[in-house]
Design a protein around this ligand. Structure first.
Ligand code: FES
Length: 79
């Protein structure tokens, strides 16, 4: 089933921005995929809608709804 990208980052002791506690409301947990996007769950319309609503680029991923199935590299603006 994969691990949520949000949880994987926290387990790696990386900070993840959030004002909704991973409830898929705020969009602040978005991340940029640097390498191997195939290791992530496909992006759904609802995720694209939240990115648009929050004024974030469509290629970013909302980490609290994105699942990780393998090695990948991500970054965000505050790391
Ligand atoms: S933590 Fe708020 S949308 Fe992910």
């Amino acid at each position: 089933m994969g691990t949520l990208l949000f949880d994987a980052a926290l387990r790696a002791e990386l900070p993840v921005a959030s004002s909704c506690s991973a409830a898929f409301v705020c969009g602040r947990c978005d991340m940029e995929i640097v390498d191997n996007p195939q290791a992530l769950s496909p992006q759904k319309e609802i995720e694209l809608a939240l990115l648009k609503r929050q004024g974030r680029p469509a290629h970013r991923r909302i980490s609290c709804v994105t699942r990780v199935f393998g090695d990948c590299t991500v970054t965000t603006t505050y790391w």
